[in-house]
Ligand binder design. Structure first.
Ligand code: AHM
Ligand code: MG
Length: 335
């Protein structure tokens, strides 16, 4: 039974027995993410103070400039997960290929792979706007004790065992699910402890906020254009409010609390949108469904899409159920 003010550590222990597989491995994994989140939080918080912001001079596989903090967060999460020897593989938005953990040790029994976007929305850091970490956990499909292969990572979102995000905002929170609802924990920075502050988070079924980069309007598919016009029409509880931070984790977090829809559709410039299926859309879709919301590519459930490559992109509509369904209706009608 979750209690407000419970610490994340206590919550993990108390809920361990409700996991499908109770070896404690998943608990250790979540604990490691908690630890890495604190370290990254500390660094993100001082971004304005030290000369750490700015491009690190490298580009990631998507051809985007990496900020220094992306690299830092990437290293910290990977180090924490590998040093503690709790996973058998890691894939990161910032790495070209997946990482095999324990490749030399034939006796390792680790069952889980982690997929991570270490610092999403990092272009917001130098203007003091919230960023986030997104993670997703799967059980490997290849035999335990062997090196992981690409198959272990290219699983449908519906196979996720856990997913969550850390939002480095006005306060820092971890929000995650292990398939039994969504809970949010807020960091007390004075003592470095996360407390259960948002038990059983749920999207309101209807919402009044739409979040989309309307600067790309001209390039959007007709269905999305019509849906945006619908959001702006004066009728019933419309027009809705437009809110777009440009930081998926923060936009999602707000919409889950207040009710809303986030959209990153395909466009005539990006035929699959911008967001990555494995690092961004699947974990957010799992959280959304666990919180009574919905996630789709406009036609199909996100978590039913069979991934074909690690860095695959996909159009993304996510949020309050009735809003996502309405947007899908427009997509069907005008496709
Ligand atoms: P990133 O992984 O390179 O940070 O990109 C993902 C981010 C999301 O957090 C955000 O919602 C979106 O990109 C914003 O994109 P745009 O500036 O095109 O609206
Ligand atoms: Mg990202």
């Amino acid at each position: 039974m979750s209690k407000k003010n419970q610490t994340l550590g206590e919550f993990i222990i108390e809920n361990q027995s409700s996991f499908k597989y109770t070896s404690g491995e998943l608990s250790r994994l979540i604990n490691s993410i908690r630890l890495a989140a604190k370290v990254v939080n500390h660094e993100v918080n001082k971004a304005g103070l030290v000369d750490i912001i700015g491009a690190a001079g490298e580009t990631n596989i998507q051809g985007e400039d990496q900020q220094k903090l992306d690299v830092y967060a990437n290293d910290k999460f990977i180090q924490t997960l590998t040093n503690r020897n709790i996973v058998c593989g890691i894939a990161s938005e910032e790495e070209d290929d997946f990482i095999v953990v324990n490749s030399q040790d034939e006796n390792h029994q680790n069952k889980y792979v982690v997929l991570i976007d270490p610092l999403d929305g990092s272009s917001n850091i130098d203007v003091n706007v919230s960023v986030g970490t997104i993670f997703s956990v799967y059980r490997r499909v290849t035999p335990v004790g062997t090196p992981v292969t690409i198959e272990d990572f290219l699983q449908k979102g519906s196979e996720q065992v856990a997913a969550g995000y850390v939002v480095y905002g006005t306060s820092t929170m971890i929000v995650y699910t292990t398939g039994d609802g969504v809970n949010g924990f807020t960091l007390n920075p004075a003592i470095g402890t996360f407390y259960l502050s948002h038990p059983n988070m749920e999207f309101p079924e209807d919402g009044k906020i739409y979040s989309v980069n309307e600067g790309n309007y001209i390039h959007f598919p007709l269905g999305i254009k019509k849906y945006i016009k619908y959001c702006q029409e004066e009728e019933g509880d419309r027009p809705y409010t437009s809110r777009y931070i440009g930081s998926l984790v923060s936009d999602f977090h707000r919409n889950m609390i207040k009710g809303g829809i986030y959209m990153y559709p395909k466009s005539s410039k990006n035929s699959n949108g911008k967001l990555r299926l494995l690092y961004e859309c699947n974990p957010m879709a799992f959280l959304a469904e666990q919180a009574n919301g919905k996630a789709s590519d406009g036609f199909e459930r996100i978590m039913d899409i069979q991934p074909t490559e690690l860095h695959q992109r996909v159009p993304f509509l996510c949020g309050s159920k009735n809003m996502v369904e309405k947007a899908e209706e427009f997509m069907r009608e005008y496709s």
